[in-house]
Every structure is written in C-alpha cells, then in structure tokens.
Write a protein that binds this ligand. Structure first.
Ligand code: PFF
Length: 469
C-alpha cells in the first residue's frame, strides 16, 4: 500500500516538526507529571514504582505512542476517520474506527474532570499571589499560620461549590479559547509560548529544590530499588500512570499525529516525546520531594502532596511565596497545554463528522464538558453522596468525579490501547505501517514485536487485574 495520499483537503497542519513536538510534549506533560506522578510514586513506595514506571514507558508507552501518531498521520483526519482510512487502505473492516470513537469519548470525559483540577491550580495561584503581597518577596509563605491551616485550604475550596464551579469554568474557557482559534494559531501558539516558559520555571524550581531542600534524601527515595516493594498493585499503578502521562489510549495522540507532515520521522519524534515526558516526571519528583522532605513531611500522602504538603513546605523556605506562585503558574501552563489536546480530539471529530465550523464544534463540545464539570465540581460538596455507578461493583463507591477518573483510566485507556495494538500489529497492512513508522532494522523488528505480542498481553493482564483484582 502506498503511504497515504498526503493531506486531506481542508485538514489543518502543524507549521513545523518542532511545533508538532512541542504540542505533543505539551499534551503529555501536565497534571499527570506534576501532580499525579509524585503522588503515585509516594503512595507506591518510591524507587520500585519509579523503576517499573520507566520500564512501562519504554516497553508499552513508547510503542503505543508511535502506533497512535502513525494512524493519525496516515489518516489525516479526526481519530475515528484516521483509523478508518488505515483500515480501508489495508482492506480491513471500517468497524475498526471504533478505536477512534471510544478514544474521542474518553478524551471528552477526561477533559471534563481535568479542568476541575485545573481550577484548583488557578485557586492556588490566587492564594500565593495574595500571600506574596502580604509577606513580601523574601519571606517564607503563609507567615505565622499553622500547618493545619495551610492544609485546610484545599478542603476549604472543596466545601465551596460555587467557587469550584467558577474556577472549573474559567479553566475550561481558557481551553476553549485556544482550541477555537485552530491548530496553527491556537493550539500551536499555546505550545510554542507556554512550553518554553514551563521548562524555564521548571528548571528554576528544580535547582531551587536541590539547593534549599533535602536533595539527597529525595534521590535515595526515588532511585533506590527495593524489589520486595514491587507488588502487583504497584505495577498496575505504574502502567496506568505511564498511559495517563503519555496521553495514550484516548485519541489525543492520533489527532495530533494527523496534523503532522509526511516528512516527520514518527519513530524519532515519538522517542523525543516519551523521553521529554519521562524526564519531566522524574525531575518533578526531584523538585517536589526535596522540598517536602526538608520540611519533615511524609511522601505517601497521595493526591494532597502537591496541593497540601508542598504549600506547607514552602512556609519554611526562603522566597516561599514567590516560589510557590511560580510553581503553580508553571503547573497551570502544563495543564493548559494538556487540556487543549483533550478538547481537540472530540472537536476534530465533531467538526469532520457533522461538517461544522471549528468554532461551533468547539462550543458544543465545550458546553458538554461544562455540564459534566459542574457535576464533578459538586462531587466534593453538595453531591458528595451521589454514586452514579453504584450498580457496577468496581465503581460502586465512587462519586461522579472519581467515577469518570476510574472509568477512563481503568477501562477506556487500556481497552483503547489493546485495540490499537491489535489493529496496528495484526490488522493493518504491514507495508503501510512500515512506510509510516520511520524505523529500520532491529528497531523496527523490536517495535513490531512489542506492538504485536508484549503490549497487548501486558495490557490485557492489567485490564483484568484492574477490574477483578
Ligand atoms: N498526559 C496528560 C498529563 O499527564 O497530565 C493528561 C492527558 C492529556 C491524558 C491528553 C490524555 C490525553 F489525551
């Protein structure tokens, strides 16, 4: 099969390869790296989790990532239509496009609760900004306030339903704004300006953490591999985290791949994306844990690590308010470049399928995400007792927010990825795949073996234990 017919008329494109890389790294690097990775590493015992995480990225994440961008680049259309084009050019059933449809739906669900957490980040920007004015530039954050007081900022926010909704809508509105402007002047703009700013702030804070915090304890914690800690549960958490962090299984990377030009080497580009994402996750650990350890706080508090422990730790640090402010601005940039990709996947679909303008499609999907967002925001207060999936044992205890998180991470992502591996590894025309992937020789053979055998088997095990374990 010839490697596709070039760009479909009217389908948008990145303006350069580096724009594609920045946008894809922007999608990958987000709350998953800054908030979820350190929390998961802390809850799962540190080193063993971290080692297995890196292993998962190399063996499963990277091959699936290449498979996804490859489908998009060949299809030059929204995710379902891209999968369908690869299927048709391989003489396979159009029905495989379900991979794209499921993914688009999952991206939409993730978007709706991702913007809720994005709202918390905005809240903390406000908190540190206010504190900076109160305590001045050089002092630690929250002068004279008790640790419990600082810790209670998050539950305080959770208790205020209206504020939660307002912040959620603000973050979603910013996402909508950039996606409505299109691929090269909106999505690319965010990536090209915000990602370098992100890296600059990130570098600064990591160096700050290394010098003022307890760097050696953090290094020992994150990189000492105690194999006895590598339980099934830890392994599951690590694969799930690798998937979430690389934006896999939910059509986002298929969609971004569809804007890539024919000259882009997808193998090399996928390597850069996965490498950058993993580096940021590891460095995020090396930025956060030294600060947390220096304050004598625990590593294993989970989701509260970034929103509760870190602010307490900033109290004892020189320039605490300023660094806290910079930190949350940095997380905001990372989160926005990710939420933009979560919105783009369904928008590209709605726009193509229903022949709508980008603006109309963005508003429709955005409104849908707003409705679900309200329900997620209220899961922390007025609707805390609502159990939307009470009839499914696995999710019986979950409120609306947790249900969306659980369903996407435990079902949609692994199922989407397994289907992608089977499709690319077994169904799609081998010559077509070979022409697209930019790999030669041993690398090509290795990648193909991983996609055909290793990834689907490991993912099926994960899915099984995720559901029944
Ligand atoms: N990779 C993003 C993060 O680590 O925060 C989250 C994400 C973005 C997941 C886009 C899925 C996606 F399609």
């Amino acid at each position: 099969a010839a490697a596709g017919s070039g760009a479909t008329a009217g389908h948008e494109n990145w303006s350069s390869r580096s724009a594609f890389i920045l946008a894809a790294v922007g999608s990958a690097v987000g709350l998953g790296n800054m908030w979820r990775f350190p929390a998961e590493a802390g809850e799962n015992g540190g080193g063993a989790f971290v080692l297995f995480y890196v292993f998962c990225v190399l063996l499963i994440g990277l091959p699936v990532l290449l498979s996804e961008v490859l489908i998009g680049r060949h299809g030059q259309a929204s995710a379902p239509d891209s999968v369908q084009k690869v299927a048709q050019d391989s003489g396979a059933s159009k029905g495989w496009s379900v991979i794209g449809s499921l993914g688009v739906f999952a991206a939409f669900l993730i978007l709706s609760f991702y913007c809720v957490v994005g709202g918390w980040v905005v809240y903390y920007i406000g908190v540190f900004l206010g504190d900076l004015f109160q305590t001045g530039l050089t002092g630690g954050a929250f002068e004279g306030r008790a640790a419990e007081d600082i810790e209670s900022l998050l539950p305080g926010l959770f208790g205020n339903g209206m504020l939660m909704i307002g912040l959620n809508m603000g973050f979603l509105a910013a996402t909508i704004f950039f996606v409505a402007r299109g691929v090269s002047s909106g999505i690319e703009w965010v990536a090209v300006y915000l990602m370098p700013l992100f890296f600059l702030l990130f570098l600064g804070i990591t160096v700050y953490g290394a010098f003022t915090g307890n760097f050696s304890e953090a290094v020992t914690y994150l990189f000492t591999f105690d194999f006895s800690k590598l339980t099934g549960e830890v392994m599951l958490a690590a694969v799930g985290q690798a998937f979430f962090s690389l934006s896999l299984g939910v059509a986002g990377m298929i969609t971004y791949g569809s804007y890539a030009s024919r000259n882009t080497n997808l193998g090399a580009t996928s390597g850069i994306i996965a490498g950058a994402d993993t580096a940021v996750a590891l460095l995020a650990g090396l930025a956060i844990f030294p600060i947390v350890f220096a304050a004598g706080l625990s590593a294993s508090v989970g989701p509260g690590l970034m929103f509760q422990s870190l602010p307490i730790a900033f109290q004892a640090m020189p320039f605490g308010s300023l660094i806290g402010l910079a930190f949350f601005i940095m997380v905001f940039f990372a989160a926005l470049t990710s939420s933009v990709s979560l919105l783009e996947a369904p928008v590209a679909f709605v726009k193509d399928r229903f022949k709508m303008s980008r603006m109309t499609a963005t508003i429709i999907v955005g409104l849908g995400a707003a409705v679900l967002g309200v329900l997620s925001s209220l899961s922390f207060n007025d609707m805390a007792d609502f159990r939307p999936l009470a009839f499914i044992p696995l999710f019986a205890e979950a409120n609306f927010f947790d249900a969306l998180d659980g369903v996407t991470a435990k079902l949609f992502m692994p199922i989407g990825a397994i289907l992608t591996c089977i499709f690319v590894g077994w169904v799609a025309d081998a010559k077509l795949i070979d022409d697209e992937n930019g790999l030669d020789g041993v690398l090509h053979q290795t990648w193909r073996a991983l996609v055909r055998y290793v990834c689907p088997i490991i993912l099926a095990v994960i899915l099984f234990f995720g559901i029944f374990g």
